[in-house]
Design a protein around this ligand. Structure first.
Ligand code: ADP
Ligand code: MG
Length: 394
C-alpha cells in the first residue's frame, strides 16, 4: 500500500521559508549547512526568507504573487507550514493557491510531517540530521503527491485549515507545556510526557464522529485525486445537511464557499444520524491525525496515507493506569500500540468529528498550535492540495 508519487517541474525560483526560532534555534545553521549545499548542488534557484515573528509567513503568502514561485519549501517545524497553509487558504484565489507545491524540511522540534513523509517512502527510520538529509534528498529528486486538508471549525465559528492533527487532553497538554523545554529539541516531548504522566488527569467531554466509508465505496472512486475531491463534494451536495447555512458562515468567508463543511451540523444541533455518538465520559486523550507520525519518534497512525481522505482518531478513556499509558507511548515509537489490546485505547478512521469538552479550562491544539478552547468540529477534504511537494526535480 505504497504512496503513488507524481512529479513537479521547477522553472521558477523556489521560496525557502526559515523560522530561525524553531526547535533549538538551529534552523539557520541547517540552512547554511546541508540545505544550501543540496540546493546549490541541484542547481535549484531559490530565495531565502527568514521569518521575523509569528504569523509573518502567514501574511507573506496571503499577499504574495504566487506566479513568481515554483514551490514553497518550509525549513522549520509543523507550525510554520500551518501558517503557510492557512495564509494560502485565506486568499481570494485560494483554489489556485492550493496548487502551489509545498515542501517540508525538518528544522523544528515537532517535525511530524517530515517524519511521515520519510515513512511514506518506505525507507528505514531516520531521526534528526538523518531525517533532514532524507528530506533534502527527496527535495532533490522531486516526487509530489496530493495532500488531505482538514477544515476545522472552532466554537466562535472561526475556520482553520489543518494538515496534521487535532488534539485534546494529554497530547495537547504535553505539546503546549513542553514549549518551555524547546532548547532540548524533539526531546521536549519525552520530558513533557513524563511530567504529565506524573500528574495524570482526565478530561470530561463528548465525542462524535462520522466513520470512514467502507472499502467498496472507496474502490468506486475515480483515480485522480482532484476529481475524487470534486466528486465527493458534488455527491454530497444532494445530501447537504446545512452546508453553508448563514449561521455557519463567517462574513469574510464567502470566498471559501466552494469548500463547504457539508458533513457538519452547527454545534448547537445534534450530529447527523449516520454519525457515531460516544457516551459522555472522561477521557485521557483525544487525538485525530492525518499522518502516520505525530513526532519523529511517535508513529500514532501507521496506516495513514497523505491523501486517504481520513482522520485517524485515537482516544484513550479514563481508568488507564500510568504504566499502561507509558507502555502505549513507548509502543508508539514503532507504531505497535494498536496491537497492544489496551482496553482503554480506541482507534477509528473517520471523515468528520465533533468534540465538546466539558472540563474547563483546557488546551486544544490544531497542528501543534493552541487554538481557542471549546466545542470543535472537523472534516477532511480529500487530496485537496494537488501538488504537495516533497522534493524538487532538477
Ligand atoms: P517547532 O517545531 O520548534 O515548534 P514551528 O515551526 O512549529 O517549530 O514554530 C514554532 C512557532 O514559532 C510557530 O507558532 C510559528 O508560527 C512561530 N514563528 C514563526 N516564525 C517565528 C519567528 N521568527 N519568531 C518567533 N516565532 C516564530
Ligand atoms: Mg511547532
Amino acid at each position: 500500500d505504497s504512496v503513488k508519487f507524481g512529479r513537479v517541474c521547477v522553472s521558477r525560483s523556489v521560496m525557502v521559508l526559515v523560522n530561525p526560532q524553531s526547535g533549538r534555534g538551529q534552523a539557520m545553521s541547517l540552512y547554511t549547512g546541508p540545505v544550501l549545499s543540496m540546493l546549490s548542488e541541484a542547481n535549484i534557484s531559490h530565495t531565502l526568507i527568514t521569518t521575523e515573528h509569528q504569523n509573518h509567513a502567514h501574511e507573506l503568502v496571503r499577499n504574495a504573487d504566487l506566479s513568481q514561485w515554483s514551490a514553497i519549501v518550509i525549513l522549520s517545524g509543523d507550525g510554520l507550514l500551518f501558517e503557510v497553509i492557512n495564509g494560502l487558504m485565506e486568499r481570494e484565489d485560494w483554489d489556485e493557491a492550493i496548487r502551489t507545491p509545498l515542501g517540508i524540511l525538518p528544522g523544528g522540534s515537532g517535525n511530524a510531517l517530515a517524519a511521515s513523509v520519510h515513512h511514506y517512502t518506505q525507507a528505514g527510520p531516520a531521526l534528526g540530521e538523518d531525517l533532514l538529509l532524507s528530506c533534502c534528498f527527496l527535495l532533490y529528486k522531486g516526487p509530489v503527491c496530493p495532500l488531505d486538508i482538514v477544515s476545522v471549525r472552532l466554537s466562535s465559528g472561526r475556520r482553520l485549515f489543518s494538515f496534521l492533527s487535532l488534539a485534546w487532553g494529554f497530547v495537547a497538554d504535553v505539546d503546549i507545556e513542553s514549549e518551555k523545554f524547546r532548547h532540548v529539541g524533539a526531546m521536549r516531548f519525552l520530558v513533557g510526557t513524563l511530567l504529565r504522566l506524573a500528574s495524570l488527569r482526565t478530561y470530561q467531554g463528548r465525542l462524535a464522529f462520522l466513520p470512514a466509508r467502507d472499502d467498496s465505496d472507496l474502490a468506486s472512486i475515480s483515480s485522480s485525486p482532484r476529481s475524487r475531491f470534486r466528486q465527493r463534494q458534488s455527491s454530497n451536495e444532494c445530501a447537504t445537511r446545512n452546508a453553508i447555512g448563514d449561521e455557519f458562515l463567517l462574513e469574510n468567508e464567502s470566498k471559501n464557499d466552494r469548500l463547504p463543511d457539508n458533513l457538519l451540523n452547527p454545534v448547537g444541533d445534534s450530529v447527523p444520524s449516520d454519525w457515531t455518538v460516544e457516551k459522555e465520559q472522561d477521557f485521557v486523550l483525544v487525538l485525530a491525525t492525518c499522518h502516520s507520525h505525530l513526532a519523529e519518534e511517535l508513529m500514532a497512525a501507521p496506516d495513514a496515507r497523505p491523501d486517504d481522505g481520513y482522520l485517524h482518531l485515537l482516544y484513550v478513556t479514563a481508568g488507564i493506569s500510568r504504566p499502561a499509558l507509558l507502555r502505549l507511548f513507548l509502543a508508539m515509537e514503532k507504531g505497535t500500540h494498536l496491537t497492544c489490546e489496551c482496553p482503554h485505547l480506541m482507534y477509528q478512521r473517520v471523515q468528520a468529528l465533533r468534540l465538546e469538552p466539558i472540563t474547563k479550562p483546557g488546551v486544544i491544539t490544531v497542528d501543534g498550535e493552541q487554538v481557542e478552547y471549546g466545542p470543535i468540529q472537523a472534516q477532511v477534504a480529500q487530496g485537496m492540495w494537488q501538488d504537495y511537494m516533497w522534493m524538487i526535480p532538477i
